[in-house]
Ligand binder design. Sequence first.
Ligand SMILES: Cc1ncc(COP(=O)(O)O)c(C=O)c1O
Length: 387
Amino acid sequence: MTPVLSAVRAVANDDRVGLFDLQRQRARLESDLKARIDAVLAHGQFILGPEVEMLEKRLAAYTGAAHVMGVSSGRDALMIALMAIGVKAGDAVFVPAFTFAATAGAVVSIGASPVFVDVDPMTYNMDPADLELAIAEVEAEGRLKPAVVMPVDLYGLPADYVAIGKIAAKRGMTVLADAAQSMGGAAGNARVGALAPISATSFYPTKPLGCYGDGGAILTEREDLAERVRMIRSHGRQGTGDAAMVLGLTGRLDTIQAAVLLVKLDVFEVELDRRRVIAARYNHGLRDVVGVPVMPDGLRSAFAIYTIRVPHRDRVRVLLDEAGIGTGLFYRLALHEHPAFRHFDGRRLAVSERLTGEVLALPMHPDLSDEEVDRVIAAVRAAMAKV
Ligand SMILES: Cc1ncc(COP(=O)(O)O)c(C=O)c1O
């Protein structure tokens, strides 16, 4: 079992504070979850049933995106969005080097080439200045065509879409937001899903809005892209037609997952508020001993993950484990350090490389009590005194 899976499955254990805990939320929502799932079992429309459409409409209203399409996972959301945009072999897709492997995987699986961009040392999101450099390098080399910029809203904090949007617009490039971690985040009055022309999110169980399996969604303001996404997620077929109009895949969100998400959407804002209160409590209790997340003015993080930055990270992690505190490493490898993506390397990615050795995720979920947060803070402070 991988560490991530064991964290997902962690059942509340009174002595340990888990990195994630889905069981407390399940207990809180149990009767509504059962009623929604039972309704799906009774009507039997397991693929693209009424709950999927209901969820898509509610997410459109919540985010401000004109069109929302439920799909099979966050990675599939990225891949389908790239296919809908028309990205192909010979195209360059600019992605931050410090993110989950799926960001690059989606690009490579449609035959395009990821170009790794370094991240900002404060927000850990794509650095617009390095994006400019990377595009100039690709243009000078002349081998690939700059096509798409794919920023990631790391840990839930929206990327700098204003600066990145300007850079992309100058060259006619499309911005596709990898918003897998940031549903519920916002910039000013605009929510994630409406910060870029097209966004992809994930409903993986531990995400702020998570289902009980794999799931994701694509959100867009563009009717043409929405139409193509609907075809691609369903074998390339248009509506009820049987002809494959474009190359498609089995990429739909299933109805039972949509039913689970409808229940969780009812309490989503309350849970997000709790995540932010926990993050503020951590920041207050830890800012003098470790690097804590920045909370830039005007940006609202969904706090999918709460990450500190520490020297001697692996030693601190062992000490926290001994103190009964679950932690996670997001991410131990930058994209160009994964064997699958090494051959796309070639740029200087100093900030990303440094972060991989220093980041440490602390327990974060809406059912953490203040006492548990304080236990984590005390344990981190004690560990820092020892290293
Ligand atoms: C930044 C990022 N992109 C893409 C994905 C892929 O999402 P999924 O696991 O739903 O395929 C994830 C999630 O795990 C992620 O964190």
